[in-house]
Design a protein. Sequence first.
Length: 213
Amino acid sequence: MIPEKIKDICEEIGLNPRDAAWELPQRKGTWIVKHKALERIAAHKGVKFDLPTIIESNANDKMCVILVNGHLGEASEWSIGEATSYNNKNNYPFAMAEKRAKDRVILKLVGLHGDAYSEEEADDFKESAPAPVQAIEKPQTSIVVDDWKGIKIHFSKHEGKTLGELTEKQLTWWQNNYDPVRDGNKPSHDDLILREALNKSKRVGGKKDGFGF
């Protein structure tokens, strides 16, 4: 369960706590907060930063260690951000060191330090983040067909023919075999109209196969 402190701060600025933080799978009870969420929290709370102090840096070795001071009202905190070959996999050590230091300062100033870590603290934290859930687009279901006989087939050797022009055998084949979402394909509007027309052809006159009316 997300710690109440994290939930309260996220809800205060309109963030969904589940979108802002996650629990480290390999260490239960350890919560990770996204850098973007911490930036929004800092902006909302009014956290101010001094210019950072570079303690050590070497661009060729992709290494940077900086000191950052931050202030929230009368409270002040500082922290060190390190990005070196042994704890950083990207090619931007200066930016990473700044993120790590600022995120730690933000966590301290808003009272989350000890309850949560920044996702920038370690590459392993980012790799453990759950993949975003993508909404599955459902096929349109509000297709209405009044005259199924006049609907044209828009592909195959029967392209241009209306369903009313098909033979009984041909129509039966289309009724039983046409599936616009087969193999995960995204159906077009014409696909959905054709399928609905075929469905309606089965219902006309109460006949399962659409004939005898």
